[in-house]
Ligand binder design. Structure first.
Ligand code: ADP
Ligand code: MG
Length: 388
C-alpha cells in the first residue's frame, strides 16, 4: 500500500530537486584560486526517481550531497526543492538543513542504540520539521514498522537488530519525517558483498513502493547500474554524463565514463573519416575500425582527429588465423593471444596487437592459447567513437 499519493507514474513533472551550476571550494580565503571540490554541477532529481551520483573517490559526490542537504554552503549556484529555492548563492538565500524537505540516511544508518526500535522510528515525528504529538505518533510509527516488516520488534533495543533490519529501520524513520527526497551517502559500503547485493534490492523495492525520490551516492558502478533510474557520472568535481544505466554502459560519452563503467577497450584514434554506410571509420595504430556509434559531425562530441575507439569485451570476436593473413578490407585487427582464462561461462582472452592490449569474451569452447595468432573483429553496431 502506498502511503504517498505521488509516485514515478505521477503525470505532474515538478522535479523534487533542481541543482544548478553548484560550485564549492573548501578554501575560504577570498581571491585564492584553490581548486573547486565541485565546479558547475547541474542536475535534476525528478519526482519518485532514484538518481545516483557515481564517481571515483574525491570526485565531489559527498560535497554535492552535503550542499543539497544544507550541511555545506556553496560559493556559487542554486538549489531548488519541491519548487522552493533552498539555496541561491547570488541572492544569499539559504534554508537550514532541518527546514529542507529531506531525510538523510547516513553510512551506518545513524540509529540510536539507547532507544527502542519504535522510539528510533518515531524520532523525526517528535523532533523534526513537521513535529507531532500524542498517540498518533505511536500509531503512525507502528504502521510504518509493519510496512517494512519490523512489526513485533518495536519494543526491542535498536542494537538487537541485524544489519538488514537496521536498514529497514533507517528507511522507516526517514519516511516518517515526510521528506520529499531521501539522501543516501554510500549506505551499503560497510557491509560484505553478499549482504550488500541483497540490501540494495530491498532498498530499491522500498523506494519504488513508497514512490519517494532518492539521491544516492556511491563509487560502486555495479550498485549504481543496478539501483538507478538515472546515473550521474562525476569526475574531478564535474558532471561527465547523465543518463539511464543502459545508456551509460552502451553509449558512454567520454573515455572516462567508458573506462569507469564496466571494462572497455580504448584505442587511441589518429584520424577519422565518415563510414561509407554511416558511422565513423577510425584509424588506429593497429588498423581501421568502423564505429557505428558516433556523434554526428558538428556535434560538440565530434572531432576529426584524436579521441578513442571504445568497444566492450563482449562485442569483440576472436578468430584463429592459423598463420593466414586476412584479406584486406576485412577491418580485422591482427594480434597474438597473451592470456586466455576459462571463467565457466566464457573465455576471457587478452590479445596483444601492436602496443595495444585488447580483451575479448569468447565462447568457452574456443580453443585458443597464449602465443596463437588471432584476428579480432569489433561489432560495428556496438563500437563507439569517443572524441575525448
Ligand atoms: P567523494 O565523496 O566523491 O569521495 P568529496 O566530496 O568528499 O568526494 O571530496 C571532493 C574534494 O573535496 C576532495 O578533493 C576532498 O579532498 C575535498 N574535501 C572534501 N571535504 C573536505 C573538507 N571538509 N575540507 C577540505 N577539503 C575537503
Ligand atoms: Mg564521499
Amino acid at each position: 500500500m502506498n502511503t504517498r499519493t505521488v509516485g514515478p507514474t505521477a503525470t505532474e513533472t515538478r522535479p523534487s530537486i533542481v541543482v544548478d551550476q553548484l560550485r564549492k571550494s573548501y578554501d575560504s580565503h577570498p581571491g585564492s584560486d584553490a581548486a573547486y571540490a565541485i565546479d558547475g554541477v547541474s542536475f535534476d532529481v525528478p519526482e519518485g526517481q532514484f538518481v545516483t551520483l557515481l564517481g571515483p573517490s574525491g570526485c565531489g559526490k559527498t560535497t554535492t550531497l552535503r550542499c543539497v542537504a544544507g550541511l555545506e554552503r556553496a560559493q556559487g549556484g542554486r538549489i531548488e526543492m519541491a519548487g522552493q529555492t533552498v539555496f541561491d548563492a547570488q541572492r544569499k538565500q539559504y534554508v537550514r538543513p532541518e527546514d529542507r524537505p529531506i531525510a538523510m540516511v547516513p553510512q551506518s544508518y545513524g540509529i540510536w542504540p539507547h532507544m527502542t526500535v519504535l522510539d528510533n522510528a518515531a524520532f523525526p515525528m517528535r523532533h523534526g520539521r513537521n513535529r507531532q504529538r500524542g498517540a498518533d505518533v505511536r500509531k503512525r510509527a507502528m504502521e510504518m514498522l509493519e510496512q517494512v516488516g519490523l512489526d513485533g520488534m518495536a519494543d526491542r533495543w535498536a542494537t538487537q537488530l541485524s544489519g538488514g533490519q537496521q536498514q529497514r529501520l533507517a528507511f522507516a524513520r526517514a519516511l516518517l519525517g515526510d521528506p520529499e527526497v531521501l539522501l543516501l551517502d554510500e549506505p551499503l559500503s560497510n557491509l560484505d558483498a553478499k549482504l550488500r547485493a541483497r540490501l540494495r534490492q530491498e532498498l530499491r523495492s522500498f523506494q519504488e513502493r513508497f514512490g519517494i525520490a532518492a539521491l544516492y551516492v556511491t563509487h560502486d558502478q555495479a550498485e549504481a547500474l543496478a539501483l538507478s533510474d538515472t546515473v550521474i557520472v562525476m569526475n574531478q568535481g564535474r558532471v561527465e554524463q547523465i543518463d539511464r544505466p543502459e545508456r551509460i554502459y552502451d553509449h558512454p560519452r567520454s573515455s572516462f565514463v567508458a573506462d569507469f563503467i564496466g571494462s572497455a577497450n580504448l584505442l587511441p584514434v589518429q584520424d577519422t573519416s565518415p563510414g561509407t554506410q554511416g558511422g565513423v571509420l577510425a584509424k588506429t595504430a593497429v588498423g581501421s575500425v568502423l564505429c557505428g556509434r558516433a556523434p554526428a559531425s558538428g556535434n560538440e562530441d565530434w572531432s576529426s582527429t584524436g579521441g578513442f575507439v571504445c568497444v566492450r569485451p563482449e562485442n569483440v570476436t576472436v578468430r584463429a588465423t592459423h598463420g593466414r593473413t586476412p584479406v584486406s578490407g576485412d577491418e580485422e585487427i591482427l594480434g597474438t593471444v597473451e592470456a586466455a582464462e576459462f571463467l565457466g561461462d566464457r573465455l576471457e582472452v587478452v590479445v596483444r596487437a601492436g602496443d595495444a592490449s585488447i580483451t575479448a569474451f569468447a565462447r568457452p569452447g574456443l580453443g585458443c592459447r597464449p602465443g596463437d595468432d588471432v584476428a579480432l573483429n569489433f561489432d560495428p553496431a556496438c563500437t563507439s567513437y569517443l572524441s575525448h
